[in-house]
Design a protein around this ligand. Structure first.
Ligand code: NAP
Length: 289
């Protein structure tokens, strides 16, 4: 594969193989398999696809997967009851609430996430784990930013002193990345829909991380020669999956780039599973592995 391509799929395969081995040894010692519970509310087709991918990868690395499908019209109270049951269930080690929630629950997302026990919070979205990240503790940081950092570090991309520009300020992507990049001594700018003259930031970026839900948002005219591009976006465009970056257009001008699909996505899944293994070890007081 071309050495400009940051191959997330290849790295995720390697990390999943290592994780599988660690899980095997832990299960041999304890007789207990890690179990990740996923709550899926409603019938959003994209969410169903993601849940199936996570389910399949759980199986590959030796994690049991419990999927709880709730009706679209479930109330906040009923979802909180389900979370409460999972928090108290000793055979469940990690809990994931598949996002986004249906429209009528969207404003309650933060409140619902608050109720997932911090020790079972596989997605790192409970306020306790978000707060730990504020102190640069990444043990249970959100999975996509963990994947992005793992990819940059795997390819030995220098972050210290670099101008990192994130185009996204969501809880899942942009906000956690601010702390993770600051921890590694980058200078971080965050752009969003109210940013004035966004091209001024894009043109200055040494590291550019984009997650805007817009195919071909980044073209060669908007970037600096030699930039490293992390394309987090996953869009369906003209019948195919693609990211937010016009890959072919920017390819010659950038120093390195993630494909999408096959970049950040597989690493997001890996870190969900590695977070689940972490919560499992904490609950079983396992210090090795
Ligand atoms: N590969 C993976 O594993 C993975 C994981 C998570 C997400 N994703 C993908 O990443 C994308 C973003 O996900 P998300 O959940 O973070 O979405 P989101 O909550 O909708 O966030 C989108 C962000 O992009 C900003 N934005 C949108 N249009 C813009 C524009 N024209 N100029 C500047 N900023 C703009 C928004 O700004 P405002 O805040 O001002 O609205 C917002 O901060 C999606 O395509 C999603 O599928 C991929």
């Amino acid at each position: 594969m071309n050495d400009k391509i940051l191959d997330g799929k290849k790295l995720a395969d390697k990390l999943n193989t290592e994780l599988k081995e660690k899980i095997k040894r832990a299960v041999e010692k304890t007789g207990i398999k890690p179990n990740l519970a996923t709550i899926l509310v409603g019938k959003d087709p994209a969410s169903k696809v993601y849940v199936n991918i996570k389910n399949k990868t759980c199986e590959q690395v030796g994690i049991d997967s419990t999927i709880i499908e709730l009706d679209e019209d479930f109330t906040k109270k009923k979802i909180l009851d389900e979370i409460d049951k999972l928090n108290r269930e000793p055979t469940i080690h990690g809990i994931l609430l598949q996002l986004p929630l249906p429209e009528h629950l969207r404003d309650d997302t933060a409140k619902i996430l608050e109720n997932i026990s911090p020790i079972k919070d596989a997605d790192g979205l409970n306020p306790v784990n978000k707060g730990r990240l504020f102190d640069y503790n990444e043990e249970l940081a959100p999975c996509t930013p963990k994947g992005i950092i793992a990819l940059l570090e795997h390819y030995n991309i220098e972050l210290k002193g670099k101008d990192a520009v994130i185009v996204n300020r969501s809880n899942l992507v942009g906000k956690p990345l601010i702390f993770m990049l600051l921890k590694r001594n980058s200078t971080v700018s965050v752009c969003h829909t109210s940013t004035r003259d966004i091209d001024r930031y894009l043109k200055n970026a040494d590291i550019l991380i984009v997650a805007v839900r817009k195919p071909k948002f980044i073209t060669k005219e908007r970037i600096k020669e030699g930039v490293i591009i992390i394309d987090v976006g996953i869009n369906r465009f003209e019948g195919k999956l693609c990211g937010d970056v016009d890959f072919d257009d920017v390819f010659d001008k950038c120093a390195a780039i993630t494909p999408s699909p096959g970049g950040v996505g597989p690493l997001t899944v890996h870190f969900l599973l590695s977070n689940t293994f972490f919560t499992y070890k904490k609950q079983l007081n396992l210090t090795e592995f």
